[in-house]
Design a protein around this ligand. Structure first.
Ligand SMILES: CC(C)(COP(=O)(O)OP(=O)(O)OC[C@H]1O[C@@H](n2cnc3c(N)ncnc32)[C@H](O)[C@@H]1OP(=O)(O)O)[C@@H](O)C(=O)NCCC(=O)NCCS
Length: 183
């Protein structure tokens, strides 16, 4: 997955303000509404995901709504070990090149499968938004990310060239591996 769009920054992580409901609405040209959902507590052992930012859709720019989470150590002082985002939309850009989920782990915290574990924690939220299948993309030479997809049980469907018309064209790669997860 790739980081590709600005997100609206919350003043504090939602978990620290009483797990208030994050409900931001976007009314698009079709009058369709989108509502962010309360993800609940997302914990796997020593890993917790804390909702940090949400980003509203911007059809003009091709942006879909998104959540961004910090990976922190559960029950310990707030230390960001990594980041993971969920893009709630199924545009061609998302499904073929950017992916629904994007992640990164700080070098000091790698080696614990934090990305795969974080993806698993987000699957119910993705499902609640009706995302099925879920696509994760990565650069062909990105061994750790490809292995992360394998750990998740995702299926490598194809390796596709990024078209000139896509915002990711001329980024660090011209190809994307497309991994599919059926929820
Ligand atoms: C991809 C990334 C998030 C994975 O972080 P992580 O969850 O800490 O991953 P780990 O270090 O636990 O490695 C995951 C798996 O990849 C394997 N791996 C690590 N380096 C590898 C390599 N060069 N080639 C193949 N597999 C590799 C690990 O052995 C592990 O598999 P295992 O548990 O079966 O042994 C992290 O490497 C990263 O932040 N990279 C930079 C940002 C990035 O590329 N994001 C993804 C964009 S698509």
């Amino acid at each position: 997955m790739d980081e590709e769009k600005p997100l609206k920054r919350l003043s504090r992580p939602l978990s620290r303000i009483g797990r208030m409901k994050a409900f931001l609405s976007y009314i698009g040209p079709s009058r369709a509404t989108f509502g962010f959902l309360e993800p609940g507590r997302l914990v796997d052992g020593d890993l917790e995901l804390v909702l940090w930012e949400t980003g509203e859709a911007d059809p003009g720019k091709g942006f879909v709504p998104g959540y961004a989470f910090h990976m922190i150590r559960a029950g310990e002082p707030y230390t960001v070990m990594g980041r993971i985002s969920l893009r709630v939309g199924s545009t061609e850009h998302v499904e073929k090149y950017a992916g629904h989920i994007g992640y990164s782990v700080e070098p000091a915290y790698r080696g614990r499968r934090l990305a795969a574990r974080s993806c698993r924690l987000l699957l119910p939220l993705a499902s609640a938004h009706g995302l099925n299948p879920l696509w994760i993309t990565c650069n062909p030479e990105n061994g750790p990310s490809r292995r992360t997809c394998e750990i998740l049980g995702a299926t490598l469907v194809e390796v596709v060239p990024i078209p000139r018309t896509d915002p990711l064209y001329a980024s660090d790669t011209q190809w994307k591996c497309r991994y599919r997860i059926d929820l």
